[in-house]
Design a protein around this ligand. Structure first.
Ligand SMILES: [Zn+2]
Length: 410
């Protein structure tokens, strides 16, 4: 099978990282399914030698991957704070009001749009995952249960639903056809509308060895330079960019129609392009060193696990994020090392992690069993979790994060 770059159609020949074979990172296993077969797929990421888009070939339909997505944004406090801060910032900067229309693609359970709605700004969410779309509607957020692309955009345009503010947070990576997606954004953006899109920054992924953020649901991994090329190609101009701490380092890009000169181009745009080039993101060599870096990380993680178990200590996990599943499957860590993990989401409790079958329990289990080490799998929420779980110090328990390297917090 020949893989083609999903942006420029160049043949993909260069491997960025090979994480072996894994189940879908969000395919949590119910107790009654633990004796059944689980599908595993190669987790091999390529870099396009022509446009430098880092990407995973599509092997399974989006419908299958996203039909019952277990991630509810509202279960993370720091994520809600981030959403609220964004709402205040964007309304302040662009002056949206009750005459404006805000559309969010991949609006999840309405965690973000609720803040616009509270300020009397009309909103529309677009969310393909049934269970989360339902939760959003129950919370009073008008939500269209669909995948976004040109077809959905044309349907909205036909009904006169255009956006003054079009938001796409952490969705670009999930889109199998990015050209159709960005083209669709152009269709529903009002002539003077603003697009903001947030996505994890590839530069940070490489620098901080965040290989666990790679999973089948994430088809593409963007540098700022590549995002810039993709938007420009579709008649949208990025006029500003913010660097954010979310998801281990994300970018928020601001775009308008190329025909719309309302905003000047911020100097941050050129500065970030220059920095990426200086870091080597415009050279294939940088991408080809990543695989070795990941293999070395795996050996260090296993070294910690083996040493700790040889000392007779107990290890449990905190959190059941998709990224944890990549890491655990790649490293071959099962209940032989991590007895169980816990998660605040009642949708995950009682289930098992895909592939490794580590049970997901209620967070109270940690106080009950008093483990020596608690591995924080969603390391991006480390501070929040260490606060919530500070009581593990009562029995001299220690927190551990594994990315970018093994760190023990005593
Ligand atoms: Zn390409």
């Amino acid at each position: 099978m020949i893989n083609k770059c999903r942006f420029c159609d160049n043949t993909l020949e260069h491997i960025f990282v090979d994480l072996g074979i894994s189940p879908l990172a969000n395919a949590y296993v119910a107790a009654k399914q633990t004796n059944q077969m689980e599908p595993f797929y190669p987790l091999r990421v390529y870099v396009c030698a022509q446009c430098y888009l880092v990407q995973l070939p599509v092997f399974e339909s989006s419908e299958k991957i996203f039909c019952d997505y277990a991630y509810f944004s509202s279960f993370s406090d720091s994520w809600l704070q981030h959403a609220k801060a964004y709402t205040d910032l964007i309304i302040d900067r662009f002056g949206f009001d009750s005459e404006s229309h805000v559309i969010e693609i991949a609006s999840n359970d309405g965690y973000l749009l609720q803040y616009f709605k509270a300020k009397g700004i009309p909103v529309l969410g677009i969310e393909p995952a049934q269970n989360v779309a339902r939760a959003a509607r129950e919370a009073g957020i008008q939500t269209l249960e669909k995948f976004f692309g040109c077809q959905t955009a044309r349907e909205l345009a036909k009904e006169g639903k255009y956006a003054d503010l079009l938001i796409g947070n952490n969705v670009l990576a999930h889109v199998p056809d990015i050209k159709d997606f960005v083209k669709g954004m152009k269709i529903i953006l009002k002539p003077h509308g603003v697009i903001t899109v947030e996505f994890p920054h590839l530069l940070r992924l490489i620098e901080e060895n965040q290989f666990d953020t790679i999973y089948h649901e994430h088809f593409s991994y963007f540098s700022f330079a590549v995002a810039n090329k993709v938007f420009e190609h579709h008649g949208l101009r990025i006029f500003d960019v913010d660097e954010l701490p979310t998801h281990g380092g994300s970018l928020r890009i601001y775009a308008r129609h190329v025909e719309d000169a309302t905003s000047g181009i911020s100097e941050k745009v050129a500065a970030l392009l220059e920095r990426e080039a200086a870091e080597g993101l415009e050279n294939l060599e940088l991408y080809l060193t990543f695989n070795q870096k990941v293999r070395s990380a795996k050996r260090s993680i296993l070294e910690f696990m083996v040493k700790t178990k040889n000392e007779g200590k107990t290890i449990v996990g905190y959190g059941a994020p998709a990224k944890g599943n990549t890491l655990l499957n790649y490293c071959g860590i099962r209940t032989d090392f991590i007895e169980y993990t816990v998660d605040r989401s009642p949708y995950k409790q009682g289930h098992f992690l895909p592939g490794t079958h580590i049970p997901i329990l209620h967070p109270d289990k940690i106080r009950e069993t008093q483990p020596d080490y608690v591995i924080i799998l969603p390391w991006n929420l480390k501070d929040e979790i260490m606060n919530q779980m500070a009581h593990i110090r009562e029995w001299n328990g220690k927190f551990v994060t594994l990315i970018p390297e093994v760190r023990i917090y005593s």
